[in-house]
Design a protein around this ligand. Structure first.
Ligand SMILES: Nc1ncnc2c1ncn2[C@@H]1O[C@H](COP(=O)(O)OP(=O)(O)O)[C@@H](O)[C@H]1O
Ligand SMILES: [Mg+2]
Length: 370
């Protein structure tokens, strides 16, 4: 028996039916959880990742270990799948361009271009009348001095590209010597952001279908420790109006990007004024959405698969009060305690080495109303 040629899986509406193959750029835990959700719906996944033994390989139908600039391997990968998605926003523009020649890339190149550079991201948001921290670009010490003049102190300096979990960031307090900032940004393109005083951080996660339909998950509240997400809780402790505002903003962003898939928007909330300030975008499923696996009618991963395959979106209501906790580094070794808790849902990402701060797994508690 031969495999069904990939064109046969696409109808006139460009729907990819169960049985089709999803290509995923990136082989970490997000790719792994997309692949698990895809398998439930009858899709196969082919993972493309430069690192051997990536967590997603263990649960996928096929994988390619190759560099993101290996044009031959990228083309072969894209030809073998019906749609390509990604689990991280730093997919190089050239990689996106190559795969898009052979398979639809969802979300598209525009979402990557906007979100992988903090300057283009904030510029885009402000163009769409979405509030962000005030910002100014800099690279050199002289430019940093003028940026501080413009933005004032306190402020946060961040490299424009490749930052995550607070890496490449420096806080400038009121009387601090700004020269030290250059030790962190090291002359790379960077931005200075005004420091936002906020009461809580939330995530608005929405999915946009190929039809243009948008479904928002309930707003989740995030607590970070050492710049790494520690817990997410749902419902977020915000007023109804703030919840509505956050969902409207995320929907507006998804529409403006003509987005297909799950989009996460991190926001700062001021309780007294109800101000919602957008911090950053992630054009993908997100750690703050892991609670949806057991805690929502449809998980963020299934929702992403539905969206990129051209299927209708699923319902998004929460099934109770939910807490998700990341298992970082050696936390993962305490698994017995979690298996002894009948209310806990335990996730292990299949990584070997529990290095300090490394995301090894997570646990979720769902408290349903009796
Ligand atoms: N302008 C700001 N004002 C106040 N706090 C900030 C600001 N920018 C970032 N932070 C804090 O630092 C954290 C990490 O910054 P973020 O821009 O989200 O970078 P990363 O890409 O590392 O997640 C945020 O979750 C928030 O707690
Ligand atoms: Mg962040």
């Amino acid at each position: 028996m031969t495999d069904v040629p990939k064109s046969a899986t696409c109808s006139a509406t460009d729907m990819i039916a169960p049985g089709g193959t999803i290509g995923i750029l990136g082989g970490g835990q997000l790719g792994r959880m997309i692949a698990l959700a895809a398998a439930k719906l009858g899709y196969k996944c082919h993972i493309y990742c430069p690192e051997e033994n990536s967590p997603a390989f263990q649960v996928a139908n096929a994988y390619t270990v190759a560099a993101y600039d290996d044009e031959t391997r990228l083309a072969l990968f894209a030809k073998a799948v019906d749609v390509v998605t990604y689990e991280f926003e730093n997919v190089p523009a050239q990689t996106a361009k190559i795969v898009a020649q052979y398979a639809p890339l969802r979300p598209g190149a525009r979402a990557l271009e906007v979100s992988q550079d903090r300057l283009s991201e904030k510029t885009f948001l402000n163009q769409h009348h979405i509030t962000t921290a005030p910002f100014a670009p800099f690279a050199t010490l002289d430019e940093l001095r003028s940026a501080v003049q413009k933005i004032g102190k306190p402020a946060v300096a961040k490299t424009r590209r490749m930052g995550y979990d607070g890496k490449g960031q420096a806080l400038i307090k009121n009387r601090e010597n700004i020269d030290d900032v250059m030790d962190v940004t090291k002359g790379a393109d960077a931005i200075l952001e005004g420091f936002v005083t906020f009461d809580r951080e939330i995530s608005a996660i929405v999915a946009r279908a190929k039809s243009g339909d948008v479904a928002a998950f309930p707003i989740a509240e995030n607590v970070h420790t050492n710049h790494i997400l520690a817990t997410t809780t749902v419902p977020a402790n915000v007023k109804t109006i703030v919840e509505a505002k956050a969902k409207i903003m995320a929907t507006k962003i998804a529409n403006a990007l003509d987005y297909i898939g799950v989009l996460t928007v991190e926001m700062f909330i001021s309780d007294a004024t109800g101000t919602v300030t957008v911090n950053e975008l992630a054009p993908r499923v997100h750690n703050s959405g892991h609670w949806t696996i057991e805690g929502a009618e449809t998980s963020q991963f299934e929702q992403h698969v539905r969206a990129i395959c051209g299927l209708p979106l699923g319902p998004t209501d929460a099934l109770g009060t939910i807490t998700m906790k990341n298992l970082l580094g050696s936390d993962i070794l305490d698994f017995e305690k979690y298996f002894n808790d009948p209310k806990v849902h335990y996730h292990h990402y299949g990584k070997k080495h529990p290095r300090k701060g490394r995301k090894m797994g997570h646990v979720t508690w769902v408290e349903t109303a009796k």
